[in-house]
Design a binder for this molecule. Structure first.
Ligand code: EPZ
Length: 430
């Protein structure tokens, strides 16, 4: 089984190129099947979640052509089935987007209930409520969601909770419904805006994405387009906190600084220097970090996908910090692993109380999910000695060339597949 082995202690220094946003690309690649014309999508990250989704799309009959590592050409005219195989769905949460895309285009979809990272209960009731409001009949039998409609019609939909997935999914189905849909209390994340921009580039009529009211006027059909996915704010944020935790100095290229503001504000608060350019951000940390309090919130608040990474940085800060997770109830699973590295953290309900320590020490740990796994890599980079991280399959779901990008910044990290290689790494770097 693949693992990362890390000898910590080097400050990360240099430049890193940030890839396309995984969570935007998952929505966009699914929406691409809604036209019978050819769509080209660029700046997609080469990560396993994307590759599984592309496989699922091709298994229902779409023509998927990988033009190069970051570019895909998709043609949905060859789709022969609206029934998606469980094999793919159990691996990725975003498979739920196939419901909105297939329902919008064919007025029928059969998609197994999704899998994905185990970070909480993750219901999809709001997605289904939205489809029903648009006129679809939705039932769940034997683990499969069946949605169908004679005609989809516009509706006024209020989302009880701000949900990225429900907003995008309803937007996709509504793009090809008859008449006008209004989605209230919509999510405002950059990937919602990117999915709306993509659909509009295919001829959809969506207004207000990026605010909490989205208005969609349905169209009969969608057409060909070429589109470039927005940069990944979570990958960028992960490198920012890696720089902070290792007291490094990194220039992140190909980012939208505005999307990083919640992270930037916290980094400045804990004593880092952050400089913004048009499409780059430089972060440096010259001295020991300071404490802070942080609560995860929907965009533009501090992202839940960055909670473990800031948690790790605060383990090394001076003083006591408080981290509150308000989106997913199961996102503190990294805490037990960090305790093995010498961190002092107590979790009470949805709050972690972190007493900062001067140093962490390397240990054998496991990645519990994608972002927690990335955070543990940061811990390993900042720790004294060798850290071995098992179960990195989670990390590979969302970070392209993570180890290589970190090595280019001066980290001693390798992806290895067995114990002998771990021993060799210890000898070589010791
Ligand atoms: C998306 O998940 C992302 N996944 C997640 O990223 C991210 O953590 C999350 O948004 C929040 O930003 C993808 O884009 C594929 P939500 P999603 O619906 O859409 C509740 C990562 O690491 N809710 O915005 O599934 C839900 O329980 C992943 O890249 C309902 O109650 O999240 C949560 O408390 C992990 N009913 C809140 O809303 C619903 O029908 C927000 O969830 C839907 C959601």
């Amino acid at each position: 089984m693949d693992k990362y082995v890390i000898r910590g202690g080097n400050p990360l220094v240099g430049e890193v190129e940030i890839g396309g946003a995984k969570n935007a690309a998952l929505a966009i690649l699914t929406a691409a099947i809604m036209t019978d014309e050819t769509v080209v999508v660029d700046n997609i990250p080469d990560v396993s979640d994307i590759n599984v989704l592309l496989e699922a799309i091709s298994v229902i009959g779409a023509t998927v052509d990988r033009v190069d590592r970051h570019t895909v050409r998709i043609n949905g005219s060859t789709i022969g089935s609206v029934s998606v195989d469980y094999e793919f769905i159990k691996k990725i949460r975003a498979s739920y987007y196939l419901l909105g895309a297939l329902l919008g285009k064919y007025k029928r979809a059969e998609v197994p209930l999704p899998g994905g990272c185990n970070i909480g209960s993750r219901p999809i009731d709001l997605h289904l409520k939205g489809f029903r409001a648009l006129g679809a009949t939705v039932t769940i039998r034997n683990g499969v969601i069946y949605a169908s409609a004679d005609d989809l019609h516009g509706a006024h939909i209020f989302l009880d909770t701000v949900s990225v997935g429900a907003t995008i999914n309803i937007m996709m189905a509504a793009a090809m419904a008859q008449g006008k849909t209004v989605i209230e209390n919509a999510a405002r994340e950059p990937h919602v805006v990117d999915a709306a921009n993509f659909l509009n580039s295919m001829g959809a009529n969506i207004k207000g994405a990026g605010t909490d009211v989205i208005r969609v006027r349905g169209v009969e059909s969608l057409h060909r387009t070429s589109y470039t996915v927005v940069p990944d704010m979570i990958e960028a944020g992960t490198f920012m906190f890696a720089a902070a935790a290792t007291r490094g100095d990194i220039l992140m290229k190909n980012v939208i600084p505005k999307h990083l503001e919640a992270m930037t504000a916290k980094l400045v608060e804990i004593g880092c220097q952050v400089e913004e350019f048009d499409d780059a951000v430089r972060i440096s940390a010259k001295s020991r970090l300071g404490k802070t309090h942080v609560k995860t919130l929907p965009y533009p608040g501090f992202p839940t996908d960055m909670q473990p990474q800031i948690g790790v940085a605060l383990c090394l800060a001076r003083g006591t910090s408080i981290v509150t997770e308000s989106i997913f109830e199961n996102r503190f699973k990294y805490v037990d692993e960090l305790a093995r590295m010498g961190a002092t953290i107590k979790v009470e309900g949805n709050t972690a109380i972190i007493d900062g320590t001067e140093t962490l020490t390397g240990a054998r740990i496991s990645a519990p999910d994608l972002r927690a796994g990335a955070a543990l890599v940061i811990a390993g980079l900042a720790a004294e000695g060798v850290t071995v991280i098992d179960d990195i399959v989670y990390i590979l779901r969302g970070y392209e060339d993570f180890d290589k990008k970190l090595r280019d910044l001066g980290a001693e990290i390798e992806l290895v597949s067995d114990e002998r290689e771990v021993q060799k790494f210890r000898l070589r770097t010791g």
